[in-house]
Write a protein that binds this ligand. Structure first.
Ligand SMILES: [Zn+2]
Length: 235
């Protein structure tokens, strides 16, 4: 048994330098035994991604696929052709797309799954309009509302991904996005209902949300205020 001449730590037989201070160990009375078991691991274990994507997809497919098949079977046997089961299948299908789409891509999965989710949601709503014979709301309401929401979300996601938006600028852009979305939503609904471009309630949302966005952007510029607040609230 040797002790480090520099720091005094007890040394194992198989080390050629002190693991604590790095001083070279030369002890003719106790030569290095290369075969002795190392006291600390020689390689770092790479932590693998514990989430099994293919298992998740299989699980979601089974859990949602069974009631889909069941409802289609019951509807075919006891009904006059497929009708109500298409709503059930459509709903379960859209849930399947939402749950699975983020795991289908390795790169820029957020942006792609936003687009896929929106396309399938639009398809589902179109199916509802078609099946329920309640024409007149898909193209004038559902399509522009979901389209606007998707475009705004996509812009924010891409700007975050490209690291153009960071920290509190992300919060600011979300506030601003909500404000803009409400204005467009208000316009679309009023145009659908009254056939005229008119804004009312959305301005009550836009003004405070723009103010929140400005505060967040200002705080990002003055990081010391955030640090001071964190200090006060012990975060
Ligand atoms: Zn030492």
């Amino acid at each position: 048994m040797s002790y480090c001449v520099n720091c005094g730590v007890k040394l194992n037989h198989n080390v050629s330098s002190c693991p604590l201070c790095g001083v070279e160990i030369i002890n003719p009375a106790d030569p290095i035994d290369q075969t002795a078991e190392k006291i600390f691991p020689q390689s770092r274990d790479v932590h693998k991604d514990s989430f099994d994507k293919s298992l998740w997809i299989k699980m979601v497919t089974t859990v949602l696929g069974l009631p889909m098949l069941l409802s289609i079977t019951i509807n075919t046997i006891f009904g006059n052709g497929l009708n109500w089961s298409l709503y059930v299948t459509g709903t379960l299908g859209i849930i399947w797309v939402w749950l699975v789409s983020p795991f289908l891509f390795k790169r820029s999965f957020m942006a792609r799954s936003v687009v896929i989710d929106a396309v399938f949601l639009l398809g589902f709503l179109y199916l509802i309009e078609y099946l329920s014979h309640s024409q007149g709301w898909f193209f004038s309401l559902a399509f522009p509302i979901i389209g606007t929401f998707t475009i705004l979300l996509l812009i924010i996601v891409i700007l975050i991904k490209r690291k153009i938006l960071k920290e509190l600028h992300i919060v600011a852009s979300i506030f601003l996005g909500i404000g803009i979305f409400c204005v467009i939503l208000n316009g679309i609904i009023n145009f659908h209902a009254l056939r005229m471009l008119k804004l009312d309630w959305s301005l009550l949302v836009l003004i405070p949300f723009t103010a929140f966005a400005l505060i967040a952007a200002l705080l990002q510029q003055r990081r010391w205020i955030v640090e001071e607040l964190k200090h006060w609230f012990h975060v």
